[in-house]
Design a protein around this ligand. Structure first.
Ligand code: FAD
Length: 401
């Protein structure tokens, strides 16, 4: 068990303790309270926390040093993600620091690096990801948004959808079709679009949690300078795959599940039925125990992959199992939370998602945030590569089907 040995390594333990200590002293209390209560966060909450991480030099810890990073290994990055998540830090919005940034410093021109990397590190520029389209999600190679070269510009027409936080974005990295010849993948290019360009329209999509995270982005005759093309025309698919490969070890979300499981345990202790807390009920004890066992198994599998990566091996496609296990575990925990809340009646009081809520709650005071988390997390098995697609990958790569 390489993973267990590695987690006991004093240097690794010291790094974990550093992150824990930093969160304890620097994560603003008001932001943490909102995250732990499952309440709405506004853009300034995310930016404030990301700037604190920037000042510490940790916002892009996983980037190479020449670009302002710390050369973190995948293990350090996973520890950072887990510990910040356990502490109640906001989701580290990945669109700049995890996606656009690494593509730009790996494949972009010097001018693009100079222009975009500083704003990504400081979160002064907010990015969004324009990949999915109404007819292209799992089948991303099917994108129809066209970019036609016209002098020193591309003229872009099409529609993107499910674009997370595009309502706040200054820039969008997109996959666009620059050619219809040959294999569909070969005609795709990677283009950076300034969201203030005439012809860009952002329209909200309200999801089942009644929140506005998602958007449609319409692109009508949008003139994008040709210098915003990253790398070579027609190589966008390669850059998009590079980006996904970078992220595959982080799909497990062990930190988030750990935090949610603690919340479930507290909830079961707080809800009484027939004069006894649910946590005394054998049904709930078994359910909690099963979820805990799944979390421990996930953590152990993750640690093995991280240990292998630490030893220099590149994880294979079987890492898709982490995304499946992690997302289904999160849904299992939040589903149990909602089932427990339902013992006292379930009402989704969305006004309870705003700090300072005064209305008497139905059930537990924290119920709205837990219901929101449950509804939002229905998406975990869809985004980042739907679980059915991950199962297809496993079937082909591991089972040879
Ligand atoms: C909360 C959320 C945030 C998102 N944020 C972004 C974002 O910021 N930027 C962005 O570009 N996209 C974003 N997406 C889009 C996301 O990447 C897609 O929803 C996802 O890739 C699935 O594509 P789709 O919605 O078109 O569904 P489809 O691909 O149409 O799939 C529908 C169903 O069919 C199944 N299916 C499809 N093909 C197969 C197959 N070959 N075998 C078996 N089953 C299959 C799928 O698993 C799914 O269950 C987001 C989605 C969500 C839910």
């Amino acid at each position: 068990m390489l993973g267990i040995d590695l987690m006991r390594d004093p240097a690794i333990q010291a790094f974990r303790a550093d992150v824990q200590q930093f969160c304890a002293t620097h994560l603003p209390r008001d932001i943490r309270d909102k995250v732990l209560a499952g309440q709405h966060l506004v853009k300034s909450d995310y930016v404030r926390w990301q700037k604190i991480l920037f000042d510490k030099g940790w916002i892009v810890g996983h980037w190479p040093r020449p670009y302002g990073g710390q050369d973190w290994t995948p293990l350090q990055r996973a520890i950072f993600d887990d510990e910040t998540s356990k502490a109640g830090a906001p989701w580290l919005t990945p669109f700049g620091v995890c996606y656009a940034g690494p593509v730009i410093y790996t494949f972009g021109s010097q001018a693009q690096k100079d222009r975009y990397l500083p704003g990504i590190r400081s979160t002064d520029t907010w990015w969004c990801q324009g990949y999915s389209e109404p007819g292209a999600g799992s089948d991303l190679a099917n994108i129809k948004t066209r970019a036609v070269r016209d002098g020193d510009h591309y003229v872009v027409n099409g529609q993107k959808t499910w674009t997370t936080m595009a309502q706040w974005a200054d820039m969008m990295f997109t996959l666009v079709r620059t050619s219809s010849e040959g294999k569909p993948q070969n005609g795709i290019s990677f283009l950076l679009i300034d969201m203030k360009t005439p012809g860009v329209t952002v329209r909200p999509i309200i999801s089942i949690d009644k929140c506005h995270h998602l958007n449609e982005v319409f692109l009508d005759d949008v003139r994008v300078p040709a210098e915003n093309l990253v790398g070579e025309e027609g190589r966008g698919w390669t850059y998009a795959k590079f980006l996904l490969n970078n992220e595959r070890l982080l799909g497990a979300e062990v930190g988030k599940s750990t935090r949610l499981l603690q919340q479930l345990r507290r909830t079961l202790a707080d809800i009484r039925d027939g004069g006894r807390p649910l946590s005394d009920d054998p049904h709930w004890r078994r359910r909690l125990g099963e979820l805990r066992a799944r979390l421990l198994a996930l953590e152990a599998v993750c640690n093995e992959y991280l240990a292998a990566a630490e030893a220099g091996s590149t994880p294979g496609l079987e890492v898709s199992a982490l995304k499946i296990m992690g997302s289904e575990l999160i849904q299992g925990i939040t589903g149990a939370m909602v089932d427990a809340l339902a013992v006292k009646g379930l009402v989704y009081q969305t006004e309870g998602l705003e700090p300072g809520w005064q209305t008497p709650p139905v059930g537990l005071p924290g119920a709205p945030g837990m219901i929101r988390e449950h509804l939002h997390d229905r998406a975990t098995t869809i985004y980042g590569g739907a679980n059915e697609i991950q199962r297809n990958i496993l079937a082909k790569a591991v089972l040879g089907l």
